[in-house]
Design a protein around this ligand. Structure first.
Ligand code: FES
Length: 374
C-alpha cells in the first residue's frame, strides 16, 4: 500500500464545520455508542465529512477529534489507514475507482485504466482541468463475478467495456450520473448467469427415451451378470434382457443435459441445439405497451424481475402489474422468449403474482402467497 499523507497545506481549508443537518446527524450517531465509547463513531463521522466536502481535510480530522475527545493523531491514523478516505481533493462530479485486482485485470481493467488516463488525467488522484473528474486504481471491491468494474461514490458499475465506461464518465461529467443504473451493465440480474439461470430450474420434460434394442438371447447370455448390473439404468426397458453397451450409450445421450442445452443424439461429439431465436418486436403476440405513467408500478416486486429486466419491460411499454396480469399465454411466451427466460415466467407464475399485486399490493400478495414479495 502506498504512503498516504494529508494534502499540501496550500490546498487545506482553514476550518471545518458540519452543515446544520450533518451536525444533528453526527450528534445522534455519537449517541448510539455507550458512554465512554463515543470514539467508535470516528469512521462514520469521517465518512460524513468526506461526503459533505468531497474529501477529508486536516481541519475535518481535527474537528472530529475534538467532537470525540480524541488526540488528533488517533483520528489521523484512521483517516490515513482506510483507503476509502480521500485525503486530497478529487473530482467534484465523479471519482472513478477502477478495480485492478486479478479477476478484473484478467477481464480488461487495464483498458479501463488507460481510458481514465486518456479521458480524465494521466495521473491517478489528480482531478482533470475542470476539477470535475478524477480516478484511481483500487483493490478488489467484491464484485469479481461481474468483472471488470468501477466504483463511483457508493455505487458499483459492473461488466464494463471501454465504451460503456466512457459513456458512464460522460454522464457523470455532464452532471447526469443518476441516469446510469448501477450494477451490471449487461443483461444479467445481479450476479446471475448472463441470460438467466442455468441451474436449479424446474424439471423439464424428459425427451422420450430411445426404444431399447431387443437383444438376442444369445447376446444376453454373453453378458456376464456382473457387467449386466453395471450397465443397468432406471430408464424404462421394453425387454427385461440387459442393455447392450450401445443401448446404454444412446440412453445416456438422451438424458444428457449440459447447462440447459440438450445434446442431440450422438453424445459428446454432437453439437448443442442452437438457442431459440429472439422473437420479433413485430410479432402479433407481443403484448401491447403503454406510455410511461406518472407513477409506474414497481415491477421488481414480481419474483424474477430485477432492475435490468424491469428496464427491458419498460422499453417494451410494460409499466403496470395490471398489464402483466392481463397477458394471455401466447403473450407470456413471447415475453419469456424475448427475455430468454426459458419458461421462467410460467414457473414463477408472473400472472398470479401480478394479479395479486394489482389487486391489493403487498398486502394481497402476502395473503395469496403467504410471504412478502421478493
Ligand atoms: S477483483 Fe475486481 S471486484 Fe474483485
Amino acid at each position: 500500500m502506498s504512503v498516504r499523507r494529508l494534502a499540501e497545506e496550500n490546498v487545506q481549508p482553514a476550518a471545518f464545520a458540519f452543515s446544520k443537518e450533518n451536525a444533528v446527524w453526527a450528534k445522534a450517531t455519537i449517541k448510539k455508542y455507550p458512554k465512554g465509547r463515543e470514539q467508535s463513531a470516528v469512521i462514520p463521522l469521517l465518512m460524513r465529512a468526506q461526503e459533505q466536502d468531497g474529501w477529508v481535510t486536516k481541519a475535518a480530522i481535527e474537528s472530529i477529534a475534538d467532537m470525540l475527545t480524541m488526540p488528533y493523531i488517533r483520528v489521523l491514523e484512521v483517516a490515513t489507514f482506510y483507503t476509502q478516505f480521500q485525503l486530497k481533493p478529487v473530482g467534484t462530479r465523479a471519482h472513478v475507482q477502477v478495480c485492478g485486482t486479478t479477476p478484473c485485470m484478467l477481464r480488461g481493467s487495464e483498458d479501463l485504466i488507460n481510458l481514465c488516463k486518456k479521458r480524465i488525467h494521466p495521473n491517478p488522484l489528480t482531478p482533470n482541468e475542470a476539477g470535475t473528474l478524477s480516478w484511481e486504481e483500487v483493490e478488489c471491491q467484491g464484485t469479481c463475478v461481474n468483472a471488470p468494474m468501477v466504483m463511483i461514490f457508493k455505487d458499483t458499475y459492473e461488466d464494463l467495456t471501454v465504451p460503456q465506461l466512457e459513456y458512464i464518465i460522460d454522464r457523470f461529467d455532464a452532471g447526469k450520473g443518476a441516469d446510469v443504473k448501477p450494477g451490471p451493465q449487461i443483461d444479467r440480474i445481479f450476479s446471475a448467469p448472463v441470460g438467466g439461470p442455468t441451474t436449479l430450474l424446474a424439471p423439464e420434460k424428459k425427451p422420450a427415451a430411445p426404444r431399447a434394442k431387443k437383444v438376442s438371447d444369445a447376446a444376453a447370455v454373453s453378458v456376464p451378470p456382473s457387467n449386466a448390473a453395471r450397465v443397468k439404468t432406471d430408464a424404462p426397458e421394453t425387454d427385461p434382457a440387459l442393455k447392450t453397451p450401445a443401448t446404454a450409450k444412446s440412453q445416456s445421450a438422451a438424458n444428457d443435459k449440459v447447462s440447459g442445452e440438450t445434446r442431440a443424439e450422438g453424445g459428446a461429439d454432437a453439437k448443442p441445439v442452437a438457442a431459440a431465436a429472439k422473437p420479433s418486436l413485430e410479432d402479433k403476440n407481443r403484448p401491447a405497451g403503454i406510455a410511461k405513467p406518472d407513477a409506474p408500478d414497481d415491477l421488481k416486486l414480481i419474483s424474477g424481475v430485477g432492475p435490468k429486466i424491469e428496464g427491458t419491460l419498460h422499453e417494451l411499454g410494460i409499466f403496470t402489474f395490471a398489464q402483466v396480469a392481463g397477458w394471455k399465454k401466447a403473450e407470456r411466451e413471447w415475453v419469456d422468449g424475448y427475455l430468454n427466460f426459458k419458461g421462467r415466467i410460467e414457473r414463477d407464475d408472473w400472472g398470479k403474482q401480478a394479479k395479486a399485486l394489482a389487486k391489493g399490493g403487498e398486502a394481497e400478495y402476502i395473503k395469496v402467497f403467504g410471504k412478502k414479495p421478493r
